[in-house]
Design a protein around this ligand. Structure first.
Ligand code: PLP
Length: 382
């Protein structure tokens, strides 16, 4: 098989979705599966829908177009405010978009009317993380604007925390969203279909709070795909944390001195990695680099240590593992590594139906834990 490649186990993604859908439905919350970290893969979207997601969302219009090409029945949401330059595409591929700007609402209304469609709007409210969102005091005016547009339909209100400044969802900030929903419904004599509470960072709150309020939907990407809570990057009990793995091929194996020699300045990516050992290391080079993957959360098998990465080379100490040119090594990925690998044209994407396996012991980020058991071989011979 070609390398490098990212392998996705669709069965594990479906299982992760199912478990989260079941836990959240007990508190009245639906799940929109977010595919942006998987480049809008139709196969991964379908696995989320099989797992019980009530719709799919993505931040990128081309990804939504991919999803639209394979499945026309489920609701698709653009989860980033549309660019003015792409509103016509947006109404073509998304049923709903998250919005904050009145000038964009005007343009969406014109585009939808031109295509004889109705486009759904979720207005995003600023709850303290200082990324997208309308100030709570201005929401009523935005609602009036949506209601005044004949080709727009106000679907609901939403919030997003944790992404920009790490603000943790709690009863106080989520309570602001609920109070606004109540106010808007009374003031404008409407009822809202969707109160979209947030992303994977809302899971801990949603499953523990006694004040779920009006929140009835979460937009989940990372929790489904990687089985971790993004607030602390801790594994979510019962979920698979190894639905994805990245496979890279060895191109050089040599015993080399532990320390470089000669005068030293910057390396290809700034400060060179510290090489403090003495004697020699059993070094292998893999044909993968920053053009293919981010080091964030890249987790080698137990007994293998990453020594450094440049654009095209990943250098590891392979320790006691036997290693030959042509061998493949399996890595676990974190969010940054997953996104880079999925969006790199150099990395082949392989989706496998998978088989039923219980979750392995949680594999947490960012430090590799040598005690963790993986449920597939880490080394493969060519
Ligand atoms: C990325 C994103 C999500 C999903 O975030 P995860 O942490 O992957 O669950 C939800 N909502 C918005 C607005 C996003 O940008």
């Amino acid at each position: 098989m070609t390398a490098p490649r990212i392998e996705a186990d669709l069965h594990k993604i479906e299982r992760n979705t199912r478990i989260l859908v079941d836990r959240l439905s007990a508190v009245g919350i639906r799940v929109t599966g977010i595919t942006k970290a998987a480049l809008g893969s139709p196969g991964i979207g379908a696995a989320m829908l099989r797992g019980g997601a009530s719709g799919l969302g993505d931040s990128r219009v081309p990804n939504l177009a991919r999803l639209a090409g394979s499945d026309t029945s489920s609701r698709r949401t653009l989860i980033r405010s549309p660019m003015l330059s792409q509103v016509a595409h947006v109404v073509g591929v998304a049923d709903v978009s998250l919005n904050t700007e009145s000038v964009v609402l005007d343009a969406l209304d014109r585009a939808a009317s031109g295509q004889r469609r109705t486009h759904g709007i979720v207005l995003m409210v600023e709850l303290g993380d200082l990324r997208e969102g309308i100030a709570p005091d201005d929401v009523s005016e935005a609602v009036r604007a949506v209601l005044g547009h004949p080709s727009l339909r106000l679907v609901g209100l939403g919030g997003n925390l944790a992404c920009q400044n790490g603000v943790v969802p709690d009863d106080r900030n989520m309570g602001v969203l609920t109070a606004l929903v109540d106010t808007v419904e009374v003031r404008h004599h409407i009822s809202l279909d969707v109160v979209s509470g947030g992303n994977s960072a809302n899971l801990g709150w949603a499953l523990a709070t006694h004040e779920i309020g009006r929140v009835d939907e979460l937009r989940l990407g990372e929790a489904i795909l990687l089985g971790v809570d993004p607030l602390y990057r801790t594994p979510i009990p019962g979920l698979h944390t190894d639905a994805f793995s990245l496979v890279a091929e060895v191109i050089e194996v040599a015993v080399k001195p532990a320390r470089p020699w000669g005068d030293r300045a910057q390396a290809a990516y700034g400060e060179p990695p510290a090489r403090t050992g003495t004697g020699t290391v059993r070094q292998a080079i893999l044909a993968i680099g920053h053009q293919d993957v981010d080091l964030d959360g890249l987790q080698p098998p137990a007994g293998i240590t990453i020594l450094g990465m440049s654009s095209d080379h990943l250098v590891v100490d392979h320790g006691d593992h036997a290693m030959a040119v042509g061998d493949e090594i399996d890595f676990g990925v974190g969010y940054g590594a997953l996104v880079r690998a999925m969006t790199s044209p150099f990395v082949t994407k392989v989706e496998q139906a998978g088989r039923h396996v219980p979750p392995a012991e949680p594999r947490s980020r960012p430090r590799p834990d040598p005690s963790v058991q993986r449920d597939r071989p880490v080394l493969r011979s060519s």
